[in-house]
Design a protein around this ligand. Structure first.
Ligand SMILES: [Zn+2]
Length: 77
């Protein structure tokens, strides 16, 4: 009997809002992305293996930086 298992990491866009980028200083769309890793069995994702992390991506310069809880609650609302 074979068991096919592994981990799958997925990114999901939570919100997109125009804001001033902290890196390039341009007023551009900032995309809030949630990254989650799940254990999968037979290619079916079952449960998360670690807490989700959030990233902010700038639409102008493309820089992705980790978002803290304050930024997540501000941008997701
Ligand atoms: Zn930028």
């Amino acid at each position: 009997m074979f068991l096919i298992f592994g981990f799958r990491t997925r990114d999901k866009i939570v919100s997109q809002r125009p804001r001033v980028c902290e890196v390039c200083g341009v007023h551009a769309t900032q995309t809030l992305v949630r990254r989650s890793t799940r254990f999968s069995l037979f290619f079916i994702p079952l449960f998360p293996v670690k807490p989700s992390t959030y990233y902010l991506e700038c639409g102008n310069c493309g820089t992705a930086r980790r978002a803290d809880r304050r930024a997540v609650s501000r941008l997701a609302a």
